[in-house]
Design a protein around this ligand. Structure first.
Ligand code: SF4
Length: 197
């Protein structure tokens, strides 16, 4: 069982692909590609601890949060406060869609914020840079349970062998660890069809 607090960003990696999580978090592998570099570039303006006032809304950037109950910790890109209501906000470079990995990371951040403040966080928002839209994500009971299940699964990853490559070719093509993971080669050698979508 992993004993340190699981970083929120690695929960995102777990949901994207458990093998990627294993390579990055368990084995310390790292590689950049254009998606990573673009994501870092887009974060350059929010990677500082600052407080911005926009009318009734107070925006606190780069908020460090953690949950002792769930043993997770990390930085939320921003937390907006309006009339006492807190809304965690994450910035992502892609397009608005149902990216469950982003939802899990945001929900986990919301769970941390609830534990730290004692307030109920009803929803968070993800700003997708490609289409400049903010997507609200409700922290439903179903999402909370799924997020907590993913946290528990990621935290026990060290008790299982490295997961096999996933079968979603598009994810692998966008993954910076492809040259380390060799998903198509591994699946080919194991006799699987490596061209599944
Ligand atoms: S290349 Fe594919 S299987 Fe390998 S770590 Fe990346 S997403 Fe996972």
């Amino acid at each position: 069982m992993i004993e340190e607090y699981l970083p929120l960003a690695y929960l995102n990696a777990w949901e994207y692909c458990p093998r990627r999580f294993y390579l990055e978090y368990m084995l310390g592998e790292w590689a950049e590609n254009e998606h990573i570099i673009l994501g870092n570039h887009l974060h350059r303006n929010i990677n500082e601890d600052s407080v911005i006032q926009e009318g009734e809304i107070t925006i606190r950037q780069q908020q460090w949060v953690w949950s002792d109950r769930l043993q997770i910790a990390g930085i939320i890109d921003a937390v907006e406060e309006c009339y006492g209501q807190l809304v965690p906000l994450e910035y992502k470079k892609g397009r608005m869609a149902q990216h469950l990995n982003d939802h899990f990371q945001l929900c986990a951040a919301g769970l941390c914020l609830e534990e730290r403040t004692g307030k109920t966080i009803a929803y968070g928002e993800i700003f997708y840079h490609s289409n400049r839209r903010r997507q609200p994500v409700s922290f439903t009971e179903q999402l909370r349970q799924a997020t907590e299940a993913a946290i528990a699964a990621a935290q026990s990853a060290d008790q299982r062998p490295m997961p096999p490559p996933i079968t979603q070719k598009k994810k692998c093509q966008a993954c910076s660890l492809q040259s380390i993971c060799l998903p198509f080669e591994v699946r080919h050698l194991s006799g699987e069809n490596s061209h599944a979508q």
